[in-house]
Design a protein around this ligand. Structure first.
Ligand SMILES: Nc1nc2c(c(=O)[nH]1)N[C@H]1C(S)=C(S)[C@@H](COP(=O)(O)O)O[C@H]1N2
Ligand SMILES: [Mo]
Length: 197
């Protein structure tokens, strides 16, 4: 399918394919542990930490915060990249606007059903293209790709795009999440090859 060569430039002048990456046309499944069994009736999204008030959303109220679509590229630290993923879901900005996040909050720990965590600076989550996706290329996510909801942070390595996301903890300082504790880079910029620390 792909006529892409990996040498194309992006609108911002960066080479589209980050260093050390190769293009794949499939979509590998990668995660630690097993796929959690979830149910939309009992599914909740929680926000706590440096927020004015802890909040919890059910599936319907979370999705009512807003809907958007965005096309972006995936860059996995294990060196595969996948172009032109069409994601649909709730923009991070809409969740942020609903939360009353305190000014001291600078970092976010993303928490998932099944226990996975990953850390991202709040400023990065507020960038364009960051969303909580329920669909990929027009289809609901499959269980192994994060159904019902995954975070998508297109400008960082894909381990930051947490599957089965269930909540956000707002923090004043950076702390390592699951893979970051085992030596993955705290930030993970693919264009700087921030793979491991
Ligand atoms: N909850 C959860 N999210 C996760 C992971 C995980 O182990 N658990 N692995 C991460 C890693 S290392 C990668 S590369 C991507 C893989 O996503 P995919 O299986 O949809 O390709 O999910 C990320 N999100
Ligand atoms: Mo990964």
């Amino acid at each position: 399918m792909a006529t892409a060569t990996g040498k194309e430039l992006r609108p911002d002048g960066k080479v589209r394919l980050p260093p050390g990456q190769h293009l794949t046309s499939g979509w590998p499944v990668l995660h630690y542990g097993s796929v959690p069994r979830l149910d939309l009736e009992t599914w909740r999204f929680h926000a706590w930490g440096l927020v004015e008030e802890e909040k919890s959303f059910d599936w319907e109220s979370f999705n009512a915060l807003g809907q958007t679509q965005d096309v972006s590229d995936i860059h996995c630290v294990t060196t595969w990249s996948k172009y032109d993923n069409e994601w649909e879901g709730v923009p991070f900005q809409a969740v942020y606007d609903a939360l009353g996040v305190k000014p001291e909050a600078k970092y976010v720990m993303v928490h998932c059903y099944g226990g996975y965590t990953t850390n991202v600076p709040l400023a990065d989550l507020l960038q364009d293209g960051v969303l909580f996706a329920h669909s990929h290329n027009g289809e609901p996510l499959t269980p192994e790709h994060g159904w019902p909801l995954r975070l998508v942070v297109p400008h960082l390595y894909f381990w930051k795009s947490a599957k089965w996301v269930g909540g956000l903890q707002f923090l004043d300082r950076d702390r390592p999440g699951f893979w970051e504790t085992y030596g993955y880079h705290l930030y993970g910029d693919p264009w700087k090859e921030q793979r491991y620390s």
